[in-house]
Design a protein around this ligand. Structure first.
Ligand SMILES: CC(C)(COP(=O)(O)OP(=O)(O)OC[C@H]1O[C@@H](n2cnc3c(N)ncnc32)[C@H](O)[C@@H]1OP(=O)(O)O)[C@@H](O)C(=O)NCCC(=O)NCCS
Length: 173
């Protein structure tokens, strides 16, 4: 199996850029006069732009499963954990997460290539973690591809640790 599993134990989590305090504004872009990057809750009207952002990404698995009806249903039940990042009206990042039983899971986080390494994904993760905390969840899990080095470094930097002595079991529906 290619997927590796990471988990984080709340409340030890902290952002690489400070405590998890639900930031609404991320680091401003380096270009003078450029728009700032803002994180806000994902809305139904964002779905086409979210799909346009995530569908071409080859590094992460199962993105091809994201479609508009599935995302709409997901937002209806998991809105407090699912966010987008915007810059000048353009959608530049998204996080799709939800609660599973008594745990939280992050299905996907993605930043548009031109906006990477500016703290966008970190801010999205902080928002989702704050949502999980407010909901009462205390443990999060997620999966990465073994070959996705940037994602593995990103999650490690966010304070997640790869699990050991556990197997992932799955089946298709
Ligand atoms: C992984 C991904 C979400 C990171 O998004 P991002 O907005 O660039 O992340 P951040 O700017 O918040 O990065 C925070 C820290 O993570 C680490 N990091 C992020 N991308 C990295 C990379 N390509 N190489 C090494 N470290 C990286 C760094 O420590 C970074 O801090 P720094 O820039 O101060 O060094 C982005 O590369 C992406 O969208 N990849 C494709 C989709 C994907 O693989 N998603 C994850 C699997 S679900």
């Amino acid at each position: 199996m290619e997927a590796a599993r990471f988990s984080v134990e709340a409340p030890a989590t902290s952002s690489p850029r400070g405590p998890v305090t639900v930031p609404t504004l991320v680091r401003a872009p380096a270009v003078p006069g450029a728009h700032r990057i803002e994180v806000r809750a994902m809305r139904d009207s964002d779905i086409p732009a979210v799909l346009a952002l995530v569908r071409p990404i080859s590094e992460a698995a199962f993105l091809e499963w994201e479609d508009a009806p599935l995302l709409r249903r997901h937002l209806a039940t998991n809105g407090p954990f699912t966010f987008v990042a915007e810059c000048g009206g353009a959608l530049v990042g998204a996080i799709i997460a939800g609660s599973v039983g008594v745990r939280g899971t992050i299905s996907h986080v993605a930043t548009a290539p031109a906006y990477r390494r500016r703290g966008v994904a970190s801010a999205l993760v902080c928002q989702t973690i704050a949502g999980f905390r407010a909901y009462g969840l205390r443990r999060i899990f997620l999966f990465t591809q073994d070959r996705n080095g940037p994602a593995r470094r990103f999650w490690a930097r966010c304070g997640f640790a790869e699990t050991s002595a556990e197997s992932t079991w799955e089946t298709d529906l």
